[in-house]
Design a protein around this ligand. Structure first.
Ligand SMILES: [Zn+2]
Length: 428
């Protein structure tokens, strides 16, 4: 067992799972009661469903009866009742910040909301390995969106000094990382890699001139290989976090790596991306969650559209008992379920990009007789041994998606220009 100082909130991070679910339900019960009382939207939708907060007596009741909220509902709600819609549960005088997110949706925060939001991120960054005394270059956008300011204040809560660099100007980032002896980089993985390249362009060697030891990244990580490549190029540990603007921080990697611990304060579930049916805890599906961070605009049972593989349930070597999720597979709208297994274009891309001789591809799913079929058409750019390449791809794809696909290799330029990446020809 690790020392207390290894945890941000030892009680929640190491609680037996059943006890944690009980705790989550108690928070949820109060939050639903609050939303029902204060937010006209929730009162309306629950009354329409003839559900009172007191009818929800367990997490199972909630999974069964509580309606989802989605990005499109949020957009529509604000469009109908500008500026903030009737989800709003506090007086405007209590608002401190308004952040814009894609839609557009404006997310209002009270002081308390902002404090909770930054605490969730601080918890994650601490678990990733950031510590008091670190100097952090924050490279995400500071204006309009919540990213920059929230992340900045979260690192502040950990006790770090922040360089509010923001996006772009990779050479200036490289220069400042060297000059300040920054120890932590907070970035999208592609921009972290770009900073490394920019450093080399101006004659710096990140391995010698940088003092970085940790990169905290979100989104875009495609595979364990790409993560290792980033780790080598900057000589840092790379740790991932996952969150959405609507939910705050949902999961983070500990220093053991190998998956992202779910934040124990978040009610997390997966649903079938096609039918919305709640799935048993730990099964792969679309992420749906309630994070309790927003009193100004309560967001309950939010469907993220993000697809995730199976959770790891066993206690981690770090001592945390919270389940670990693998990285996001893709968007729920871009997937097909073949023989009961999710097939995501990104997984296919992970394989194809290993071979520079290959180019565009198309995934074709069909159900000609009694079973699903999966075919992947791939263009090749130069002369290759077709049989050998085909066998190699079948094997690599089987590793990546756990299915045997029929691989069709075609000469560059012969695939129809408007072929969709995923063509699901099944009737249902
Ligand atoms: Zn762990």
């Amino acid at each position: 067992m690790k020392q207390d100082k290894e945890y941000w909130d030892k009680k929640v991070e190491t609680m037996p799972m059943e006890e944690l679910f009980q705790r989550q339900f108690q928070t949820l019960r109060r939050y639903i009661e609050y939303a029902y009382t204060k937010s006209p939207y929730y009162r309306r939708i629950l009354q329409e469903k003839k559900v009172r907060p007191s009818d929800i007596t367990s997490l199972d009741d909630y999974y069964e009866n509580f309606p989802f909220i989605t990005k499109s509902i949020l957009i529509e709600n604000q469009r109908r009742n500008p500026p903030l819609g009737d989800l709003l549960a506090v007086d405007q005088k209590e608002l401190r910040k308004l952040y814009e997110t894609a839609g557009p949706i404006f997310l209002p925060f009270t002081n308390e909301d902002y404090d909770l939001e930054t605490s969730r991120y601080a918890h994650a960054y601490y678990s990733c390995g950031a510590r008091k005394g670190d100097i952090v270059d924050v490279t995400v956008t500071y204006h309009w969106t919540l990213a920059g300011t929230v992340l900045d204040d979260a690192f502040g809560k950990v006790g770090c000094a922040v360089i509010p660099g923001g996006p772009g100007q990779s050479r200036t980032h490289a220069k400042n990382i060297k000059e300040t002896k920054a120890t932590v980089l907070c970035a999208f993985p592609s921009f972290a890699a770009q900073i490394g390249e920019a450093a080399r362009e101006i004659g710096l060697d990140p391995l010698k001139d940088f003092s970085l030891r940790l990169a905290i990244v979100m989104g875009e990580v495609r595979s364990e290989d790409s993560k290792k490549a980033l780790s080598r190029s900057l000589n840092v540990d790379v740790r991932e976090v996952y969150g959405t603007t609507e939910l705050a921080l949902v999961a983070y990697e500990c220093q053991e790596g190998g998956g992202l611990h779910l934040n124990g304060e978040v009610v997390f579930e997966t649903v079938d991306p096609k039918t919305g049916k709640h799935l048993p805890y730990g099964e792969p599906g679309e992420i749906v969650a309630t994070s309790f961070t927003k009193r100004a605009l309560p967001i309950i049972r939010y469907r993220t559209g993000d697809l995730v593989g199976p959770l790891k349930m066993e206690t981690c070597a770090c001592g945390r008992t919270t389940a670990k999720m693998p990285r996001i597979l893709g968007r729920a709208s871009d997937i097909a379920k073949v023989k009961g297994i999710f097939v995501v274009p990104r997984q296919v891309e992970n394989v194809i990009t290993k071979f520079p001789q290959l180019g565009r591809y198309q995934i074709v799913v069909d159900h000609p007789k009694t079973v699903d079929t999966l075919a992947i058409a791939i263009e090749y750019k130069e002369e290759i041994d077709l049989e050998k390449m085909k066998q190699l791809l079948v094997n690599e794809l089987r590793e990546e998606i756990n299915l045997t696909a029929e691989v069709r290799l075609m000469r560059e330029g012969t695939m129809s220009g408007d072929a969709p990446i995923l063509d699901d020809r099944r009737k249902n």
